[in-house]
Each structure stands twice: as structure tokens, then as C-alpha cells.
Design a protein around this ligand. Structure first.
Ligand code: BES
Ligand code: MN
Ligand code: ZN
Length: 500
């Protein structure tokens, strides 16, 4: 998608559709109202008839002056956030797709237009995603792809072609789409082996990639990943991706030491529950259980292109959780790399078992920051719904930063407490710990379980079970994998790279 800022103003723009944001408390002498007046009485009558007042979510299509217009309500001026502009972008792109438009203009008749072009363009770009590999040709051709976005407004400054904003936007969008693709592909396609191949493909982008097979996992005593994968004929894998900043620059002018970030992503390519089998309904979407891994691969792909001044390592334990003849059994005991033993009472609490391997291993490299992402608990969806991820950890400053960046990125995070007393709930009988609690506070006990394997003073755990996958179209994502987490973490890494 080509993005540009039009020089000549609205009359000169030749596009298939012009999207115009309208506030519910629009200044009567402002540019938006001026445009509406200019377009004439029929438009104003149409607005009155349909009750279009600029409330959030309202839209009105109109034809005049040889143009197709869509007016989109954004609500009150005081409520306008970055996310509101991104949503204006999403909705503009949806309107364009519904009308088969290939060229879209967003008219931004506001004073601060320069500060919203980025979120608007990001919204448009993210909404252009489609996963139709498996659709027949007939179905596919229904909607045209958006080829061009033009932004135009009375206060907009002409594009500074070289500031890299649109390039960065494209890099991040591609990273999000990679994560979405990996999730949307059926589980029989995105196997642990396939995930590893995808990671190897990223080596070309300038990452060091290491993949461990089953034998190596056994040699390294990755007993959680091995135990979970035993019920499946798909072999497990462990993937390690490393990005190192350019050597010359790495010394830094201020002689500052380079920071090291470790990312860990849950890569259960299909979660049947194992012998603690899930009911059919709960299994329908369980190809999404590698969304944490997909997000880590997405972030790494973006980092390779953006080349920030931070060392970043992505760790992905990947396995399929099936109830085959070799499957681990409830009551089995696993001993982990840090010496702790775990009684597996429920084989459906498998994510924490593969993450325990990866967290122990990642901790050994002594990263400054350790962040894991996992579709870990249904309980998190009960608590926060499908639009918000849970965040827990041992470093409040890190959690606060991620929450703030998530808000900016439109990926809301909400903190849950790692209540110390609940540690009792996962005490083992014949082993140190058990892999499930009594049932209440399931997201927190899962977090406490992970903490047992973290040896890093700055750790955050993101439970993305809700927002990683949506079962209906939302304003901010269409049905399926969302790539949740990619945009927040890319922002976080870039910020660290700037010495923040
Ligand atoms: N992958 C699931 C969690 C999940 C549920 C993700 C729904 C996305 C949507 C996880 O492995 C799981 O099965 N968790 C169990 C834990 C329980 C056995 C303690 C759960 O949430 O029921
Ligand atoms: Mn499970
Ligand atoms: Zn799972």
C-alpha cells in the first residue's frame, strides 16, 4: 500500500472514496462543518434523516461533486485518543473494501492533523489484512486490495519523503501479518517443524537462528517440551532467534552497555488438552495456541529490519499436545532445568510446562528484561474478555511501561496481582509443585507457576488467550489471529534501543 500526503488539497484528489471524520461536538465554524455545508442541503438533510450526529461508530455514505464520501463518527473531541484515530483508519479501510475501492483518501480537517496521520495510516494498513489462501478463486476476487492511501487536510504539511515513517509502518504491519498468518493457518500446516522453518527463513533478514530437534531437546533436558509432545507424532522443536545490533555502532558513543531483551513465546501448535482432553467446542480454535510464538517471530522479523540498539533474543518452545499412546499421564512428574519438580495433574495445563523449559534456559543468558507471551488460560478470558490481555510480573516499572505502550499501540493490557499466598495452591504432593491450582484465580496461579522458573529481576508475563484470536469481526481486527503483542513489543524494543 502506497501512503502519501496530498499537496493540492481535496478538490485535486482523485480517489475511489474519501473518508471524513466527524466529531459529535464539531465546531460549527470548523473545516469539517464547512465541507458538509459546501456539499449542500441534500447531505445535511440525509444526516438529519438518518440521525448522523458524529457519535462514535456512526457512518454515512454520500455521493457529490463526483466523489464517493463516507462520514465516520468519532465521538467527542475530548475523548480522541491515538486509538480513536487508528479506529478511524480501520473503519475507512473497511468502507473502502466494502465498496471495492482501490484508492482511498482520508480527509483530516483538524488542526493537529500531522500528529494523527501515523495512527490513521496504521489503522488503514492493519485493516487491509486478509487470509484467503484457502478460499476458491470466485470467493477471493470479491474484494479488491487497497493500493493507495492519500491523506489530505488544510493544515497538513507536505510529506517529508525521507523520514522513514511509512517504511516503519510497513515493517510493523508485515510483522503483524506474519503473526496472523501463522495463527490462521491450520494446525496441520503450522506444526512445530513448520514454525522452525519459518524461523529459519528469518535468518535471511539478518537474524541468527538455531533450531533444536527432539534429540537435542533430550540432551538439553528440556523435559517439559518433551513430555507435552509425547502424545503426538509431530516432533517438538525449540527455536532460538538472535538479533545483534551492528557491531561498530554497538560500542555506542556514550559507551553505554547494550541492553539485552529476551522474548519467550508459547508455541503449542495444537492444544487438544492431551489425556485431559478438551470438549470438542473448546478445541475448535486451539490452532491459536501458538500465538505467543507467532508474536515473537513477528517481533523478531521487525527487529531485524528496524535494527535498534538492543540485543534481542526470541525463544520459542514448540510442541503439539495430543492424547496419543505415548502421552504423558496425569500424575506424571517432570524435573526441570533449574532442579524443580512438577506433578502434571492436568495435561491441558501444558503451556506452562514448555514455557518452564524456555524460561529456565532464557534466564541463564542473564537478559536485562524477560517478557513472555502465551495463550495460557481460559480464566484470563473470563476475567478480562477478548479485548484485553493480562499482564503479571516481578518488576512494576516494566509492567507500567508495557501497559503504557500497549495503550498507545491499541493493545490493552491489564495487570493481575501475583498474590504470594496463592503459591500454596500449586504446592505438590509428591513433587515440589503441581501444574494446576484449585480452580479459582487460574490466571494468577499460572503466572505464579511460571515465576518458579524465572531467574531475572525484570520479568513480565502476558496472558494473551483473549485478544490473540477473535471469533467475530471487531473494529480493530477481523475474525481470526490478531497478531496481538507485536506492536507493543516492537515499540518497547525501539524505546530501549534509544536508551529509554
Ligand atoms: N491453551 C489453553 C488456554 C486457552 C483457552 C487459550 C482458550 C485460548 C483460548 C491452555 O493450555 C489451557 O488449556 N488452559 C487450561 C488450564 C487449566 C487446565 C488449569 C484452561 O484454561 O482451562
Ligand atoms: Mn491446554
Ligand atoms: Zn494451551
Amino acid at each position: 500500500m502506497r501512503v502519501s500526503i496530498a499537496k493540492g488539497g481535496l478538490p485535486r484528489v482523485r480517489v475511489d472514496l474519501v473518508a471524513v471524520p466527524v466529531l459529535s461536538d464539531e465546531d460549527p465554524r470548523g473545516e469539517a462543518k464547512k465541507l458538509i455545508r459546501r456539499l449542500g442541503r441534500p447531505l445535511q438533510r440525509e444526516m438529519e434523516r438518518s440521525g448522523f450526529t458524529g457519535e462514535e461508530g456512526q457512518s454515512l455514505a454520500y455521493q457529490s461533486e463526483g466523489k464517493n464520501w463516507v462520514f465516520l463518527g468519532l465521538g467527542k473531541r475530548a475523548d480522541l485518543t491515538t486509538e480513536a484515530w487508528r479506529r478511524f483508519g480501520y473503519r475507512s479501510a473497511r468502507s473502502a473494501a466494502d465498496r471495492g475501492a482501490e484508492k482511498l483518501a482520508c480527509y483530516l480537517p483538524i488542526d493537529e492533523a500531522d500528529s494523527v496521520t501515523l495512527p490513521v495510516a496504521e489503522g488503514v494498513r492493519l485493516a487491509s489484512y486478509r487470509f484467503d489462501r484457502y478460499k476458491s478463486e470466485k470467493e477471493k476476487s470479491k474484494k479488491k486490495e487497497l493500493g493507495e492511501l492519500v491523506m489530505v487536510g488544510p493544515t497538513l504539511k507536505a510529506d517529508r519523503e525521507d523520514d522513514g515513517r511509512w517504511r516503519k509502518l510497513e515493517v510493523v504491519a508485515k510483522a503483524v501479518f506474519l503473526a496472523r498468518d501463522l495463527v490462521n493457518e491450520p494446525a496441520s500446516f503450522t506444526t512445530p517443524t513448520r514454525l522452525a522453518e519459518q524461523a529459519k527463513a528469518l535468518a535471511k533478514e539478518g537474524l541468527a537462528v538455531e533450531v533444536w530437534d527432539k534429540r537435542r531437546l533430550a540432551a538439553e533436558k528440556f523435559n517439559g517440551t518433551l513430555a507435552v509432545s509425547r502424545g503426538s507424532s509431530e516432533e517438538p522443536r525449540f527455536i532460538k532467534l538472535t538479533y545483534r545490533p551492528p557491531a561498530k555502532a554497538a560500542k555506542g558513543e556514550r559507551g553505554a552497555r547494550l541492553k539485552k531483551v529476551a522474548l519467550v513465546g508459547k508455541g503449542i501448535t495444537f492444544d487438544s488438552g492431551g489425556l485431559s482432553l478438551k470438549p470438542a467446542k473448546s478445541m475448535e480454535t486451539m490452532k491459536t495456541d501458538m500465538a505467543g510464538a507467532a508474536a515473537v517471530l513477528g517481533v523478531m522479523s521487525a527487529v531485524a529490519k528496524l535494527r535498534p540498539m538492543v540485543e534481542v533474543t526470541g525463544y520459542v518452545p514448540a510442541a503439539e499436545n495430543l492424547p496419543g499412546g505415548g502421552a504423558q499421564k496425569p500424575g506424571d512428574v517432570i524435573t526441570f532445568l533449574n532442579g524443580k519438580s512438577v506433578e502434571v495433574l492436568n495435561t491441558d495445563a501444558e503451556g506452562r510446562l514448555i514455557l518452564a523449559d524456555a524460561l529456565c534456559y532464557a534466564s541463564r543468558a542473564k537478559p536485562d528484561v524477560l517478557v513472555d507471551l502465551a495463550t495460557l488460560t481460559g480464566a484470563c478470558m473470563v476475567a478480562l474478555g477478548v479485548e484485553v490481555a493480562g499482564i503479571m510480573g516481578n518488576d512494576q516499572a516494566l509492567i507500567d511501561r508495557l501497559i503504557a505502550l500497549g495503550r498507545e499501540a491499541g493493545e490493552p493490557l491489564w495487570q493481575l496481582p501475583l498474590v504470594k499466598d496463592y503459591r500454596e495452591d500449586i504446592k505438590g504432593t509428591i513433587a515440589d509443585i503441581k501444574n494446576v491450582g484449585s480452580g479459582y484465580g487460574g490466571t494468577i496461579t499460572a503466572g505464579l507457576f511460571l515465576q518458579e522458573f524465572v531467574d531475572c529481576p525484570s520479568w513480565a508475563h502476558l496472558d494473551i488467550a483473549g485478544p490473540a484470536f477473535v471469533e467475530k469481526d471487531f473494529v480493530w481486527a477481523s475474525k481470526g489471529g490478531t497478531g496481538f503483542g507485536v506492536r507493543t513489543l516492537v515499540r518497547f524494543i525501539e524505546e530501549l534501543g534509544q536508551g529509554g
